[in-house]
Design a protein around this ligand. Sequence first.
Ligand code: FAD
Length: 400
Amino acid sequence: NGKRVVIVGGGIGGATAAQYLKKMDSTIDVTIVEYNKDYYTCFMSNEVIGGNRDIESIHFTYEKLAAKGIKVVYDTVTDIDAKGQVVKTKGGKSLAYDRCIVSPGVDYKWEAIEGFTPEVAATTIPHAWKAGPQTKLLRKQLEEMKDGGTVVVVAPPNPFRCPPGPYERVSQIAAYLKENKPKSKIVVLDPKKKFSKFGLFMDGWKRHYGYGTDNSMITWINSENGGTVSAVDVASKTVTAAAGKFKGDVVNIIPPQKAGSIAFKAGLTNDSGWCPIDHKTFESTIHKNIHVVGDSSVAAPMPKSGYAANSQAKVCAAAVASLLNGTTMIEPSWVNTCYSVIAPGQDGISVAMVYKYEGGKIVKVKGSGGLTGAYDPELRKREVLYAHSWFENITADTFG
Ligand code: FAD
């Protein structure tokens, strides 16, 4: 019918785009190609690592999407023929499209840290930056660690998936250790000077984990103090940073990131390692009829977050439905909130923003959004509840 859409990747961006395309025009033929039958959300995976949540609670499948008439193909996309408008899979399928939406998430710059390989991450030093087996591995290592052990967390350079994520993880690990192994320490090695929600995290770490005192559970070493990591010795779990060598009992390296590998294969990336797009339609500025949403796209000032991917996917679905039907595209707007729980049940924080389209670009709406205010115990407890209700809502919207 001239309305075939093939979606590459059934994560937050891809699954949302599929659902909203069907909602906007049920006659569009929507196919998702995804290699995992089981999707584990990265959001709330830090609570699994901290021991406050079961991994099953972040597990989602594609049955509900299939029941709505979305075709789900479990396969790996190996190439996209932009000229011929065909998506090719490892299983030998050729899926013709009128419009293609690509949302493959992130891939890792494995060459950046000597000794750190996909095999090492899967077995010994997890990155756990894609939720699933590595989330469980990191949790198990923390459980098995002795009291008085050291956890080394290596943070990535900008831009990366989930700007507050590494620091939320450090908070969750600190909460677990404080309760169960209070003699333990966490060393964070960071190639940046500062990070998202910096003041709020620092304040929270002081309140809960003795940050800034001689007895702090957390030591944070930034780029100015030699926090940039270049290598790891896997056998001794020793990380080499500019400031020297750091040996951990548990080591979590979150490597530098780039667009999902299929975006490179399909020629959708530029020198930045991410995919440039038209900010109104999310159509690639390199290849016509292919749209890119989520972490892989260059959509700054929006962050690389799940909420942003979900919001972008809705705008992209509206654009694709309009383009397929020859109707006028709505004036888009976007939203994002990133919650972080610093102390379970007690201390949540957030950063929020609304965006609009102006002068050919996504821009922040002045006066919208903002950060959690000064410490108020009641408000902070409520932020934890908001974080969990956000999780219920976004997952129902994406997979439900
Ligand atoms: P993904 O959700 O990763 O989806 C990509 C999908 O594509 C995957 O399912 C993958 O299997 C599939 N895929 C890739 N290549 C292929 C291929 N060649 N063939 C077939 N399938 C393919 N965001 C928030 O908004 N709030 C939070 O609180 C939050 N917390 C986070 C905490 C952590 C620890 C982490 C790591 C991330 C967090 N995020 C959070 C970020 C969020 O998870 C991502 O931004 C979001 O998942 C991006 O969606 P996406 O569609 O771009 O990628």
